[in-house]
Structure formats: C-alpha cells, structure tokens
Write a protein of this length. Structure first.
Length: 244
C-alpha cells in the first residue's frame, strides 16, 4: 500500500510545503484538505473518495473549494466528507457561503460515526485531541497493516493508547524542542514528545509532518533529536510517497 504526502506544512503554504493533505490513492482515502488538495486529481485511482477532516481550521479545509472542476468534469463519481457535525456545518455555512464560494461541489457531508469501514477491509476510528477548537486523530486497521494520522495536537503522550503498535505513525511536529513554549501556546507538538510517542507505542515508522511554514530549511525540527529517540523517523516532504 502506498501513501502520498500531498502537503506537509501548517498554517500557510511556503515555497517548500503546502498545507495538510495525505492520500492513499489506490483506496481513495484522503486525510484533510489543505492547500495541497489541488494535487489530488494527479493521483486519482478510484472513482469514489472518502475525505476525513481532523478539524475545520482553514489550513485543513480550504482545498475543498479546489475540487469543483474535477467533480463537474466527471473525474469522480462520489466524494464523502467526514468530520464532526459542528465543523461540517461551519464549512458549509462559511467556506461555501454565496459571498465567498457560491457553487457548492456535490460533496456528501457525513457526521463521523464511531467507526467507518474503508476499502481494503479496513476499520477507521477517531480520537479527540487537545487543540484550540478541538481536532481529531485517526487510525485505520487493515488485516495486515495499520496507520495513524495525528495532527494539530498538543501533548502527544495523551494519545499513546490510541496509536499503540501502529505500523505507520504520521504525526505533526510543528516546532523543534527549542520552541516548546510556542507549542504549548498554540496547541501543537514539538520534536522530543513526538519521538517519545513513537518509541513508547512501538510504532513501526514515524513520519513527521505539519511543519511550521516559517522554518523552510532542510531541517526545521532537528531530525537527529527525533532519530536518537526513535531511529525509524523520517521528515515528511511534499509529494513524498511511502510504502507500508
């Protein structure tokens, strides 16, 4: 199975990273719809899509407005958008209000149930996370592999039980340790606690994503610090493809 990191930045795009969107093309599964969502048509392998939103902050939903042409040109049959009911209502009321974006794509908005069956005989579950306004973490368990996507969350150790034993952990790492105070202020994560979570949960591999857009260099989060704690750690980059 292959997962594509369409966007690995947070808050706003920069020259290196667009904001959050993760896709499993062969299954038509997408997490979040940030500015990188414009890349989705290049990776389509299915006629039906399931989009799972972590929350409704603009850097995770604005890309929903980018998909009108692919839908009108019959590139897909259906697109289901899952999220918390209040967040979905806010998206429909505000992002797609007549004054801002008057043509609503033919999305099916679905209030997230406790579990969702996804292609490949997978079961998706979610977890409420600590973040201003709230956010959700996701985990999918298939018969032979598992994946967790955790972003916009403070104090990753709180999510240990949820990600226990996962094969691939994709986790935000907005700040390096030197900016831990800012992580606490903004409800985000920094390097050492995320690496500790991967180690303590006995994850198979850790991908760090949702990087501070003000830090556009090659090593914005001190990757060696994470790798010293959990060696199988990779810094995510836009358009990176991972087999798991």
């Amino acid at each position: 199975m292959r997962i594509v990191l369409l966007g690995t930045g947070g808050y706003h795009p920069n020259e290196r990273r667009h904001t959050a969107c993760i896709m499993i093309p062969e299954l038509g599964i997408i997490f979040d719809a940030g500015t990188s969502f414009f890349r989705v048509p290049d990776f389509l392998q299915t006629r039906d899509l399931q989009i799972f939103l972590t929350h409704a902050h603009l850097d995770h939903i604005v890309g929903l407005s980018f998909f009108l042409v692919p839908m009108l040109s019959d590139q897909v049959n259906s697109v289901q958008v899952y999220g918390e009911e209040a967040k979905l209502a806010a998206i429909q009321t505000h992002l797609f209000c007549e004054e801002i974006f008057p043509v609503l794509p033919d999305y099916e908005f679905i209030s997230l149930p406790e579990t969702v069956t996804v292609p490949g005989n997978g079961i998706l579950r979610h977890l409420k996370q600590e973040h201003p306004g709230g956010s959700l973490g996701y985990r999918i368990d298939w018969p032979e592999r598992s994946l967790a996507y955790m972003t916009d969350t403070a104090h990753p150790e709180q999510n240990l039980e949820f990600v226990q034993g996962v094969d691939l952990l994709i986790h935000e790492c907005y700040f390096p340790d030197e900016m831990a105070e800012w992580a606490d202020k903004t409800g985000h994560s920094h390097t050492t606690p995320v690496a500790n979570l991967a180690r303590d949960s006995k994850a198979g591999k850790l991908i760090l994503t949702h990087i501070d857009p003000q830090r556009a260099g090659d090593d914005p989060i001190d990757i060696k610090v994470a790798q010293k704690i959990f060696p199988n750690t990779i810094l995510g980059e836009d358009l990176m493809e991972i087999d798991f």
